[in-house]
Design a protein around this ligand. Structure first.
Ligand SMILES: O=C(O)C1=C[C@@H](OP(=O)(O)O)[C@@H](O)[C@H](O)C1
Ligand SMILES: C=C(OP(=O)(O)O)C(=O)O
Length: 440
């Protein structure tokens, strides 16, 4: 469980010798892959995932489903990439799930385990014990599940699956993570009474990820009444029903496109990310607007999304509440801008892979920037930066943010760059290929 923590040499982030000009193919979306795996495992018939992401978070999800009895066969897709055949079967314990530090695994799987017949234990990296899970635990209990967490409201825990779950109305405060809502909705078609979930907290982060959940449920045949579909504000209803086995091609991970597009922005170059979807619920689609505001232009056509930097970077005042995943790379770009930035609405990032606000402020300041934490974000005053070690706190997005800095600040060394494997396999290889102009 802790192999990935092994200390490794620092990665000297390559500097760009001039404007980057490359075409990059980014691996599949973590959020889509892990939702698709859950929905396929709960379906009434086998399904396919094409071009799934193979990374630490998605392998943890696939392995966990296998321990519950689901068949997942990995094959090569004649059209290119991988194709995973998911064969649902009666879910059963006893089983032990390693969640690593994957929010999607630690939150989306306990509801699945509640549907299994037998005991399912959950544990993960030390950080997983600190990440919020109370909404999922309390929500599942209210829906009829038996869970032992020794009063922690967090991992480790045991779900005593009874083979079915009553379901029905439930109130959840999901202000610390949208994944509480997604978790309960994804399994809800299999609850005897479905679910009527009311979010009771003050605010709800990462709404695009909830839209993604609703869209994918509907595409799998579920009936979902959502606030945006005319439903009551903050209430989602999922009716009990069988789910279809789908043949789904996973979109590229647009949040992981962020460092590559940022490379065009900070070097005044041009990067095309292939297969950028025309319509998507991924929060990374907001990069088109955010990076354009920071100084550049983008074109979406049959080649993908091409972002062209101007060589000048303007600071930004932005509420990133809906797209918190993008904050680390945006903060790195902001530190290189000509004017200050204020990133707001992202207090919940303190409970992500690491305390992202503290980590970004500390590491950017160590390299010469002037970054201050606010109650709900970061104030960034750009100053000339110098090289040095950028610590990553086992956070993939800290590592990719550091790589962006390294393009224009000589001597940046990224500690534990392998941590990018959480969602982005072979990031150093893709980065080097981009710099050689051959990233496709
Ligand atoms: O549902 C998802 O796939 C995700 C939701 C978001 O979580 P939070 O709402 O906890 O920020 C996001 O940050 C995470 O990377 C992926
Ligand atoms: C917050 C993130 O991940 P997780 O799914 O572990 O919450 C992330 O990828 O930025």
């Amino acid at each position: 469980m802790t192999d990935h923590l092994a200390d490794t040499a620092h990665w000297p982030a390559p500097t760009a010798s001039g404007p980057v000009d490359a075409t990059v193919t980014v691996p599949g979306s973590k959020s889509v892959t892990n939702r698709a795996l859950i929905l396929a495992a709960l379906a009434a018939e086998p399904g396919w995932l094409r071009r799934p992401l193979r990374s630490r978070d998605t392998v943890l999800m696939a392995d966990a489903l296998r321990t519950l009895g689901v068949g997942i066969e990995e094959t090569a897709d004649p059209a290119g990439g991988e194709a995973w055949r998911v064969i649902p079967s009666g879910l059963r314990g006893p089983a032990a799930v390693d969640v690593g530090n994957a929010g999607t695994v630690m939150r989306f799987l306990p509801p699945v385990a509640a549907l299994a017949d037998g005991e399912v234990t959950f544990d993960g990296d030390p950080r997983s014990h600190e990440r919020p899970l109370g909404g999922v635990i309390a929500g599942l209990r209210a829906l009829g599940a038996r869970i032992d967490d020794e009063g922690r409201g967090a991992l480790p825990l045991t779900v005593h699956g009874g083979g079915s779950l009553t379901g029905g109305p439930v109130e959840v405060d999901a202000s610390s993570s949208s994944q509480f809502v997604s978790a309960l909705l994804l399994s809800a078609p299999r609850f005897n009474q479905g679910v009527e979930l009311r979010h009771t907290g003050r605010s709800l982060p990462s709404l695009p990820h909830i839209r993604m959940t609703v869209d994918m449920l509907r595409a799998a045949g579920a009936q979902v009444d959502s606030p945006e579909g005319g439903g009551e504000a903050n209430v989602w209803r999922v009716a009990p029903s069988a789910l279809l086995g789908r043949d789904l091609t996973v979109e590229p991970d647009l949040s992981n496109a962020a460092p590559f597009l940022a490379a065009a922005l900070v070097t005044g170059g041009r990067v095309t990310v292939t297969d950028w979807p025309e319509h998507t619920t991924q929060p990374g689609d907001a990069l088109r607007e955010i990076f354009t505001r920071m100084g550049g232009a983008c074109v979406l056509d049959e080649r993908g999304l091409t972002f062209t930097g101007t060589g000048r970077i303007t600071g930004i005042d932005a509420d990133l509440h809906e797209v918190g995943e993008l904050a680390p790379v945006i903060a790195a770009v902001a530190a290189l801008a000509d004017t200050p930035s204020r990133l707001r609405g992202i207090g919940h990032l303190r409970l992500h892979e690491t305390d992202r606000l503290a980590a970004l402020a500390k590491e950017l300041n160590e390299l010469g920037s002037d970054v201050r934490e606010t109650e709900d974000g970061l104030d960034i005053r750009p100053r000339p930066m110098v090289g040095g070690v950028f610590r990553t706190y086992e956070d993939h997005r800290l590592a990719t943010a550091a790589a962006v800095l390294g393009l224009v600040v000589g001597g940046v060394e990224v500690e534990n760059v392998e941590t990018t494997g959480k969602t982005l396999p072979d990031f150093p290889g893709l980065w080097t290929a981009m710099l050689a102009g051959t990233g496709a």
